[in-house]
Design a protein around this ligand. Structure first.
Ligand SMILES: Nc1ncnc2c1ncn2[C@@H]1O[C@H](COP(=O)(O)OP(=O)(O)OP(=O)(O)O)[C@@H](O)[C@H]1O
Ligand SMILES: C[C@@](O)(CCO)CC(=O)[O-]
Ligand SMILES: [Mg+2]
Length: 382
């Protein structure tokens, strides 16, 4: 039997980086997904020994570890259905050794973080049982739309479903994709967070939470509040195609914070106020049953202020500045989303302006028009 789990990417409307230091942030799921499909194999297949295989379709790369090699490196693991334990330094070192001999092209060396997270999740949840996993994603990888979180959430969802640790899923029989119950989602989210830690170093947990639970959320110090939003905000996403790495950017902001603790504390505090105000605008619009678009001027100003503070943190980039300047020509406001340093930029749009997208694409950027605030993790058995 095959289990398929799909998890969405996300945008951060306010609060990235500051959220790692305890400020509030606002994020929403988008309708671009990463899907992990898992098929467990009997031990007898593959000549008796069996292997754990990971097929990364978008990169056209397949990785494989014989189960005997996994047992030799990690010990006899039985798999675990309950809450995860953080990956110990010893296990991390053993996983790093398991990367040896895998042929990762130099230009895609950043995949090794994802492979390590995969091995940790797979062997911790299922032990060293043979199986094949195929991953396909609509998301640009390493561009600020939460590809690492969607990878960890969809993988944890598929593995925990295959292990029987999470339920059969809810949804009408007619639907192909089914939703999980709240307790199951909580468990998947805890595992995905451990995977994110391997990829990111010090994640706040906002990306895996919004990918798991979907919708639009406010997130502060691990606490999640669902924001009811009517007529979700319309955003154009521009991928500058400038590669970057969240782990390095998060570490860079922490270093700046340790050099200038008082100044950065004030910046994080200002970001906290922006996120609080933005989330109350979204909630009030829902309460008054008015479209969020009627509050667009305030949203735009808050996004503009947040972008200025992200520049203070040192995570903007000349490509991001090009998007800001171009959108401003059309009187539109933009801010980076995710970790910055390149990657994606959000532009708040009253109606979709083809002209701005066309001009941005003329610089070699790629524009996405997405639905914001949709579903989180879903599962399908076949
Ligand atoms: N589909 C995938 N297949 C394999 N690895 C993936 C996949 N998606 C993400 N990853 C792993 O996640 C890493 C990218 O994570 P990173 O956190 O740097 O960027 P992001 O999640 O796209 O952006 P942000 O964290 O700013 O939202 C990749 O280098 C890779 O190791
Ligand atoms: C940069 C960051 O704030 C968001 C990345 O999408 C990191 C995190 O919160 O884990
Ligand atoms: Mg990430």
């Amino acid at each position: 039997m095959e289990v398929r789990a799909r998890a969405p990417g996300k945008i951060i409307l306010a609060g990235e980086h500051a959220v790692v230091h305890g400020s509030a942030a606002v994020a929403a799921a988008i309708d671009l997904y990463t899907t992990s499909s898992l098929r467990l194999l009997p031990e007898e297949e593959d000549g008796g020994a069996g292997a754990v295989e990971l097929d990364l379709r978008d990169s056209a790369l397949v990785f494989s570890w014989p189960c005997s090699r996994l047992r030799g490196a990690l010990g006899e693991l039985s798999g675990k259905a309950g809450a995860p334990a953080p990956c110990s330094p010893d296990k991390l070192a053993a996983i790093a050794k398991l990367m040896e001999g895998q042929e990762i092209p130099e230009a895609k060396i950043w995949l090794s973080a994802g492979l390590s997270a995969f091995l940790y999740l797979y062997t911790s949840i299922l032990g060293c049982r043979p199986g094949k996993t195929v991953v396909i994603s609509d998301l640009p990888i390493g561009a600020g739309l939460g590809s690492s979180a969607a990878f960890c959430v969809s993988m944890s969802g598929a593995l925990l479903t295959a292990s029987g640790a999470v339920g059969t899923g809810r949804g009408s029989g007619a639907e192909e994709w089914q939703l999980f119950g709240k307790d199951d989602l909580e468990l998947v989210n805890q595992w995905a967070f451990q995977g994110e830690k391997i990829i990111h170093g010090k994640p706040s947990g906002i990306d895996n939470s919004v990918s798991t639970f979907g919708s639009m959320i406010k997130f502060k110090k691990g606490e999640l509040t669902n924001l009811r939003s009517r007529n979700p905000v319309k955003m154009l996403i521009t991928d500058t195609r400038v590669g970057r790495n969240t782990k390095a950017l998060v570490a860079g902001v922490s270093e700046r914070a340790s050099r200038h603790p008082d100044a950065t504390a004030s910046v994080f505090n200002a970001v906290n106020s922006i996120s609080e105000e933005l989330s109350s605008i979204v909630e009030l619009a829902a309460e008054d049953e008015i479209a969020i678009t009627s509050k667009e001027d305030k949203l735009a100003e808050l996004m503009e202020m947040n972008q200025g503070l992200l520049q203070c943190m040192g995570v903007s980039h000349s490509s991001i500045e090009t998007v800001l300047r171009t959108s401003l020509k059309y009187s539109l406001v933009s801010k980076l989303t995710g970790a910055g340093g390149g990657g994606c930029v959000l532009t708040l749009i009253p109606t979709l302006l083809e002209k701005v997208a066309t001009e941005l694409e003329s610089y070699g950027f790629r524009c996405f028009k997405v639905e914001v605030g949709g579903r989180g993790l879903q599962v399908c058995r076949g």
